[in-house]
Design a protein around this ligand. Structure first.
Ligand code: NAP
Ligand code: MG
Length: 497
């Protein structure tokens, strides 16, 4: 890990952490995988190996499930006082606050994201622990009006052992979106980070241990989808999988659930979100956010406005504004805090370049970008922010999730026309609408197929607001009160006079 002088000087805890190889966190302890298999961790900004992580085998998954089940039956689960759960979650949030800089640096090194963007992720993760610490003592059911001879009520109980499988684009934040509510509700967790970005979850395991969570309440198993993820989703004694990742793998998770123990499943999947700008929008506001609604996290974000619909009267003005901004963005290693960092891997970069080539072949017009950005070192997976204009809605770059800095833009005239175009997608994760006309905003936000709609803003998130997609973008809503429903079972109890 040779550092560039323009980059931040790393915290000594970061240096210690990334200078060693890592094991699996099972039953509150670090242990080697049964097979001793290792995976190298690469810094995508310079292609250097940082350290190695362990590959959890089906046997390791079994050990973790047994530990989680033991913990659920004895110390955690319904037996643990909710106020104690709340205290532990608050303690963990405090420890994360103490080590915020370290977590940011680890995330930036491992994923490539700019330090200030990593800061947002870490702060969001802390806020989710604080929010769900409050929920732990407030999970209630209902009393129901069943007449004079009976009393009926519902109680919400934890599911038991839950598998949490997360992607590489927001490694810590998405892990915590799942861990915080799952723990607040009393479940024991098996967390599997993505193979490319496991380090922040492993650091979090150290903090979980330091906070004093009971052994088995959280296990962290690193390793690829095959064998590790698959062994989790196939397991007969895991009660639920909460998965965030691609639609293709989401479908496999459902198959595994159906073929094993019919475990409960919730899914946050891919997106191809329409960002719709009307002539009457507050253009200053649109201009200040368009670059980020298009290219944040180098386009590796499920909610980004990767389909851009602009009404004819402001089309030219906004496209040339976006081009100017895109061409002035700084691109570099996350540790030097540029606007955009690298893509996660060579494979992802090649996939995105393949889509760019496909866009050109299928008749779309390349307006800007489209190339690999060469760094002085000749290393790293950097791409230019890229925009295509198109007319044919059926082409790949309009229909498929690219997951890189590539936006497909087109012009529209009427509200009905843009709703039809925007809804012509298998995805329905998010949508942005920009207009000063409140009745237009109400009409379109009701007609659009999307689990999350932002009017005159974009990518707004808060621990209290549910998030999740419709159609092939997912099943079930995370965050907010909705996550309490995701991580509990509702039991109905009748009493007769
Ligand atoms: P991915 O390839 O689907 O992988 C997601 C996770 O599933 C990883 O931990 C992966 O392990 C694991 N996995 C792979 N195959 C598996 C299997 N057969 N059984 C169990 N687990 C398996 O997704 P990604 O490339 O990491 O992330 C990008 C995708 O995530 C995009 O489609 C994006 O839209 C989606 N995403 C959605 C949201 C949302 O909230 N809707 C948020 C962020 C990202 P390995 O990677 O270690 O092999
Ligand atoms: Mg990495």
């Amino acid at each position: 890990m040779i550092q560039n002088p323009k980059e931040a000087v790393l915290h000594s805890k970061t240096v210690d952490f990334v200078s060693k190889d890592h094991q699996l966190f099972i039953d509150g302890m670090w242990s080697e995988s049964n097979t001793n298999q290792k995976l190298q961790v690469e810094n995508p900004a310079n292609e250097e190996v940082i350290c190695a992580i362990s590959v959890a085998s089906p046997g390791d998954v079994e050990r973790a499930v047994q530990s989680a089940r033991r913990c659920f039956k004895s110390t955690w689960g319904s037996k643990f006082n909710p106020a104690e759960r709340s205290k532990l979650l608050l303690k963990l949030a405090d420890l994360m606050e103490r080590d915020k800089q370290v977590l940011m640096e680890i995330e930036s090194l491992d994923n490539g994201k700019p330090l200030s963007k990593a800061q947002y992720d870490v702060e969001s993760a802390i806020n989710h622990f604080l929010y769900y610490a409050g929920w732990a003592t407030k999970i209630t059911g209902d009393t129901l009006p069943v007449g004079n001879q009976h009393i009926a009520l519902t109680v919400r109980e934890p599911l038991g052992v839950v598998g949490l499988i997360v992607p590489w684009n927001f490694p810590l934040m998405i892990a915590v979106w799942k861990l915080a509510p799952a723990l607040a509700c009393g479940n024991c967790c098996i967390l599997k980070p993505a193979e490319q970005t496991s380090l922040s979850a492993l650091y979090l395991a150290d903090l979980i241990h330091e906070a004093g969570f009971p052994p088995g309440s959280v296990n962290v198993l690193t390793g690829p989808g095959l064998p590790t993820g698959q062994a989790i989703s196939d397991h007969q004694d895991i009660d639920k999988i909460s998965f965030t990742g691609s639609t293709a793998v989401g479908k496999k998770i459902m198959q595994s659930a159906a073929q094993s123990n019919l475990k409960n499943v919730s899914l946050e999947l891919g997106g191809k979100s329409p960002n719709i700008i009307f002539d009457d929008a507050d253009l200053a506001k649109v201009k200040s956010s368009l670059i980020w609604t298009s290219f944040y996290n180098s386009g590796q974000e499920c909610t980004l406005g990767s389909r851009l619909y602009i009404q004819r009267g402001v089309y030219e003005e906004l496209i040339s504004h976006l081009q100017k901004e895109a061409e002035s963005l700084s691109i570099g290693s996350g540790l030097s805090d540029p606007d955009l960092g690298p893509l996660i891997s060579r494979a992802q970069m090649e996939t995105v370049l393949g889509y760019i080539e496909d866009g050109k072949q299928s008749g779309a017009r390349l307006v800007f970008g489209g190339r690999k950005r060469q760094m002085e070192s000749g290393r790293g997976y950097f791409l230019e922010p890229t925009l295509f204009e198109y007319e044919d809605d059926s082409i790949k770059i309009v229909q498929e999730e690219i997951f890189g800095p590539v936006v497909a833009a087109t012009v529209f005239d009427t509200l009905d026309e843009v709703v039809e175009k925007a809804n012509n997608s298998k995805y329905a994760l998010a949508a942005g609408i920009w207009t000063s006309d409140i009745s237009k905003a109400i009409r379109i936000s009701k007609q659009i197929d999307a689990g999350n709609v932002w009017v005159n803003g974009y990518d707004l998130f808060d621990p209290c607001v549910p998030f999740g997609g419709f159609k092939q973008s997912g099943m079930g809503k995370e965050i907010g009160k909705s996550a309490i429903e995701l991580y509990t079972l509702e039991k109905s109890i009748w009493f007769s006079a």
